[in-house]
Design a protein around this ligand. Structure first.
Ligand code: SF4
Length: 349
């Protein structure tokens, strides 16, 4: 393809916020030609949508048990090296109280698909969080649930749900997941979440084994169809004691480019800068925030359990990852021209 053709694709994306799968594939393949233009356009869109604001969400990792066995995941069921924990209701609420005192108005309850976390338990926790902090928005990130369960969580005050689709391509899906899992069920859950009125988050890891520019293009087309209110992407990082432990990590450069493409596709979506960017690159997180991201998720999990929630190796336990170091985060973000804001940070069209 000629350089002028690639520039035309970038212009089309900037103007129309979408491309066909074939065009996305070409754009990704030849991204060097238009990288600067895409970055600057994404930065302009981020600034227009969020001004200098960076929303923070208090992350509480409630359980590292999981019934699934995704090949890439450090807390997969068959990893016997993981020290398993499940927070009690009191521990979760203690984290919520701590976050509330610090000014947090959004809490993200994240965990594996843990059969030990009953629906009754979770609904009780949702009720209690609202009792402690009636203004707070609650995000769940606890895997695939059936339609009735998602409906029940919603009626108990869950506002948002994060569920990365990971890949839209069926062959690729089964390179990442065992046959016992189902791409259809993942997509069904995402479509349920939208239909039930959740602010819905999806996304992918960049650089997983078997991923190609063509599968990434399918992901972007799918995300355009889904129209998520949140999009989470980060580079793949191999985790020890998993089938992918010797695979190479994903590219920070490609992740940053995709974050910019996603910002152009979804000007108002909440897009977090993920820890994995910082694990692989000293500047990854800051670049992501400079160009495309508007959310950061400091960790409110009880400190003694944080090292056990390792989805991949060398999880960056940087000082500002810890919610108790919020002042440091504020200072660093100020250096990037961003102001940390403790609002709910709901999605608005
Ligand atoms: S990625 Fe999620 S569903 Fe898969 S094994 Fe890890 S925690 Fe479980």
């Amino acid at each position: 393809m000629y350089k002028s053709d690639i520039k035309q694709l970038a212009d089309e994306l900037i103007k129309t916020r979408r491309l066909s799968g074939e065009k996305f594939e070409q754009l990704l393949t030849h991204r060097d030609v238009v990288k600067k233009e895409i970055q600057q356009s994404a930065k302009a869109v981020t600034t227009k949508s969020f001004h200098r604001t960076l929303y923070v969400r208090g992350l509480i990792e409630i359980s590292n048990y999981c019934r699934n066995n995704c090949f890439y995941c450090g807390i997969r069921r068959d990893n016997d090296y993981v020290s398993r924990y499940r927070l009690t209701k009191d521990e979760i609420l203690k984290s919520v109280r701590l976050g509330t005192d610090m000014g947090f108005k959004t809490f993200v309850l994240q965990g594996g698909e843990d059969p030990g976390l009953s629906d009754a338990f979770l609904m009780d926790v949702l009720d209690s969080i609202h009792h402690i902090n009636p203004e707070a928005a609650i995000t769940l990130s606890i895997g695939e649930k059936d339609t009735a369960t998602l409906e029940a969580y919603k009626s108990h005050g869950a506002d948002r749900f994060l569920l990365r689709h990971e890949t839209k391509n069926r062959d690729h899906y089964y390179q990442l997941h065992p046959e016992t899992m189902s791409l259809e069920n993942r997509l069904r859950a995402l479509s349920d979440l939208k239909a039930l009125g959740y602010q819905t988050g999806s996304g992918i890891m960049v650089g997983t084994p078997g991923q190609t520019y063509a599968t990434l293009a399918e992901d972007l087309v799918y995300l355009h169809e889904l129209q998520p209110e949140m999009v989470g992407i980060g580079p793949f990082i191999p985790a020890k004691h998993t089938p992918f432990e010797n695979e190479p990590a994903g590219s920070v450069e490609l992740t940053l480019f995709l974050l910019c493409v996603l910002r152009l596709m979804f000007p108002k979506a909440n897009i977090p800068a993920t820890t994995s960017l910082n694990t692989l690159s000293k500047t990854g997180r800051d670049d992501a925030i400079t160009y495309a991201c508007n959310v950061y998720m400091p960790n409110l999990t009880p400190p003694r359990h944080r090292k056990d929630y390792a989805l991949y190796d060398d999880k960056a336990c940087f000082k500002i990852e810890a919610a108790e170091n919020l002042d440091d985060l504020k200072a660093i973000m100020k250096g990037l021209g961003r102001e940390v804001v403790m609002d709910r940070g709901d999605f608005h069209v």
